[in-house]
Design a protein around this ligand. Structure first.
Ligand code: NAG
Ligand code: NAG
Ligand code: NAG
Ligand code: NAG
Ligand code: NAG
Length: 605
């Protein structure tokens, strides 16, 4: 009798210590060890910069980051939405102590944010009362550590206003698998207000990504208010009387906002194709802008452009290069990052051949359209280099046409295997559209497309039936557009988070070749996206890519990371992004997060 009342007293005491939910981190650090204590955060809890390290202006940025994260943890008071995978992972600590502060030590505070910046860090939370520590080489690594720390902190109980770090002592040793970890956003097919870009920078940094690549201009619009070419904004969208522009002030604000969060803004002005919008102000330097993008045969091979609307820069005129030079000089001066994207994708020679002037030039100089493309890109690349920028271009000009482009250029690989670009001598950024194009799977967007009108599956066309007669096993692949097919979208299906997560950036590459992969970018082309859809299209799928690029496709033991094990963490992370103001789309019914693995495709365990 007496004995049992003592046991119940002990049980009561344990309950007042609290039972904390499991801790979910995203992206997964390279190494974590957990303990079985808990640390309360008193309201006096402080994150401090150790006093010993000089006066680099980067430290002021770090101070701002410290302020942000101090506010964030108290505002967020995170209560995990995901239930622990095993009930025993919801844990009752052996003891509860106090975390008085977190102290940051940086060894190289003047190291700048650039391609290749060291972002490694070590984060230590002790078991007993006292101070935790972050050690990092650079302030940029310390910013990543602050993000991780914020994810360790949770409400003491659901909805409580006290904070706790559970599972202490915690030791995290971390560094990214790839140096270039980005999101590409197309601001030309549809325009995004500046606030959207700032919010995207927030989300990029929460995911420990470090690049926002802005595909600023395209054939449809030129939203950049450049001063050196004043007529260029005649190519900007005007919507209900309002010109949709990014001014120099806007850009400076975005650049600074991004830098404070350890994010590089890489600008792209696409050329020589995807540039009809230049023609609104400078018609004489463009070709085929008055054309429909297809010719009357409607044959793809006879197109003037790969989508509406047609128009390319004329590569034979001195005036073209004068204007291109002004544009590149000014854009590179607005965006301080060391990398500049020259564009270069999807050139269509027929658009050039449409011009009498260009045809005449080709004849006189005995050059092909591909020669002209090589000349154009080489000139644009050397303009970027003369502004001390490392040029990047979309890969297809080099891999499809074998052009002799400066080997310092980074090739962004989207359609061909990375090995093609690497074997040709280039470093690459991986963005294969089969995995990382976030616009895919949304149906077609052409007007007057009657292919959707199929009330019943159409009969197999005779020429396809003939193939199946020969290769019956392939017949299962037959899918009419609306009946299991692509639904009028060139890159369907939709790339689900699992598909995004499965992309192996170094697939089929040797160790030596893999070293040439700088990282990757998920891409959102904006034909069917604007401010109303931005967050749901980007998040949480870009977060899946962020873990691939930070943690790597394989863990320390060489094992491929598992979609099943990632599910509960990304489920919780999506809710955390929501709490931070990012309208990330749901991945599953809430029920699934509350019943771990009960929504799995295969019988659990
Ligand atoms: C949960 O518990 C089961 C059964 O003991 C075990 O097989 C599984 O690995 C555990 N999962 C995790 C994530 O701890
Ligand atoms: C264009 O520039 C080239 C090289 O600078 C020069 O030789 C040529 O005369 C120029 N052509 C015209 C039409 O100005
Ligand atoms: C034109 O160029 C081709 C390929 O470089 C070459 O074979 C041909 O002899 C040239 N023709 C003239 C007239 O120079
Ligand atoms: C794999 O690598 C080989 C050799 O580099 C290359 O020829 C092939 O196209 C690659 N295949 C894929 C699917 O990447
Ligand atoms: C519904 C519709 O407008 N259909 C038209 C689409 O374009 C073709 C080719 O010009 C016309 O023949 C259709 O009438």
């Amino acid at each position: 009798m007496k004995f049992s009342s003592i046991t119940s007293a002990i049980t009561l005491a344990a309950l007042t210590v609290g039972v904390y939910a499991d801790v979910f981190l995203w992206p997964q650090p390279q190494s974590v060890t957990w303990g079985d204590h808990a640390l309360n955060l008193p309201s006096s809890f402080k994150i401090e910069l150790a006093k010993t390290h000089g006066t680099s202006s980067n430290l002021q940025l770090l101070s701002k980051a410290i302020n942000r994260y101090e506010k964030l943890i108290w505002k967020e008071k995170w209560t995990p939405v995901q239930t622990a995978e095993n009930a025993s992972n919801d844990y009752a600590p052996k003891a509860t102590n106090t975390l008085t502060s977190l102290s940051i030590i940086i060894s190289d505070p003047s190291a700048d944010l650039e391609l290749g910046t060291d972002e490694s860090y070590t984060l230590n939370i002790p078991q007993g009362s006292g101070s935790g520590s972050i050690t990092a080489k650079t302030v940029w690594g310390a910013m990543r550590a602050l993000e991780t720390f914020s994810q360790l902190v949770q409400a003491k109980s659901p909805g409580a206003s006290e904070l706790v770090v559970a599972k202490a002592p915690v030791t995290i040793k971390d560094k990214p698998a790839f140096t270039h970890r980005g999101v590409m956003l197309d601001t030309a097919r549809n325009y995004y207000p500046v606030a959207d870009i700032l919010r995207t920078i927030d989300a990029v940094s929460y995911n420990k990504m470090n690049v926002l690549h802005l595909h600023l201009t395209d054939s449809q619009s030129f939203p950049l208010d450049l001063q050196s070419v004043p007529d260029i904004t005649k190519g900007a969208y005007v919507l209900q009387g309002k010109k949709l522009l990014y001014t120099k002030k806007d850009v400076q604000m975005m650049v600074e906002y991004a830098r404070e969060r350890g994010v590089r803004l890489v600008p792209e002005i696409d050329m020589p194709a995807h540039s009809a919008s230049w023609g609104a102000g400078y018609k004489d330097i463009t070709t085929c802008t008055e054309r429909f993008y297809l010719d009357p045969t409607n044959q793809w091979s006879n197109r003037y452009a790969s989508e509406p609307t047609a128009g390319q820069l004329n590569p034979t005129l001195n005036k073209t290069y004068e204007i291109v030079n002004k544009v590149i000089d000014e854009v590179t001066s607005w965006f301080p990052d060391g990398v500049y994207h020259v564009g270069g994708d999807e050139p269509v020679i027929k658009c050039w051949e449409d011009s009498n002037e260009v045809r005449q030039y080709m004849k006189e100089h005995n050059v092909t359209g591909t020669d002209l493309l090589g000349t154009f890109l080489s000139k644009a690349i050397s303009m970027a280099k003369s502004n001390k920028k490392r040029p990047t271009i979309w890969e297809d000009a080099v891999t499809s046409s074998n052009l002799p482009i400066d080997k310092e250029t980074i090739l962004q690989v989207w359609t061909n295997p990375a090995s093609m670009a690497i074997n040709a001598g280039y470093q690459v950024i991986a963005s294969n559209y089969n995995f990382w194009y976030l616009d895919c799977g949304h149906g077609g967007w052409n007007g007057n497309d009657t292919t959707y009108d199929e009330q019943v599956p159409p009969p197999i066309p005779p020429e396809i039936q003939a193939v199946f007669n020969k290769y019956p096993n392939d017949a299962a692949n037959w899918a009419p557009s609306n009946w299991g097919g692509g639904g009028g979208d060139w890159c369907s299906p939709f790339k689900s988070w699992q598909r995004v997560y499965s992309y192996d950036l170094t697939y089929n590459l040797t160790k030596a070749q893999s070293k040439q992969v700088l990282g990757g970018e998920v891409c959102l082309w904006s034909e069917q996206s604007d401010t109303t859809t931005l967050d749901t299209k980007l998040w949480p799928r870009s977060a899946a890519s962020a873990e691939v690029m930070w943690s790597g496709r394989y863990d320390a033991s060489g094992k491929q990371r598992d979609i099943g094990l990632a599910m509960p963490r990304i489920f919780d992370w999506r809710y955390r992004l929501l709490a931070r103001g990012i309208r990330a789309e749901p991945l599953q019914p809430l029920w699934c997060g509350q019943h771990p693995h009960m929504c799995d495709l295969n019988y659990p365990f």
